[in-house]
Write a protein that binds this ligand. Structure first.
Ligand SMILES: [Zn+2]
Length: 100
């Protein structure tokens, strides 16, 4: 999906249409100690040793995170007049955003 660097959009702070910069914020890194993470279960004492570990055994065989090829876009608009930023309401599914 191609996006222009600047667009004319409604700014809720200025309450009128202004020129706004388009930016894709970096997604950052996911925490390794999220709820339901294998590492977290290991710290608790489960998911160790031999035998069936229930849902933790199952996760081993599946290629986790390779099921979907597209992600919802996350675009930030910064107003050039008041310099306030706002995220888009609904992201559309694309594999890549190119801001030109
Ligand atoms: Zn504004």
């Amino acid at each position: 999906m191609k996006k222009p660097k600047k667009t004319n959009r409604y700014c809720p702070f200025c309450k009128k249409k202004t020129e706004q910069k388009v930016k894709e914020p970096s997604s950052g890194k996911a925490s390794t100690l999220k709820r339901g993470a294998k590492q977290r279960a290991r710290l608790r004492g489960s998911n160790r040793g031999i035998g069936n570990k229930g849902r933790f055994s199952r996760m081993k065989n599946q290629a986790k995170g390779k099921r979907k090829t597209t992600k919802k876009t996350n675009i930030m608009y910064t107003c050039t007049v008041c310099k306030k930023s706002k995220y888009q309401k609904k992201g559309k599914r694309t594999s890549k955003i190119v801001i030109e």
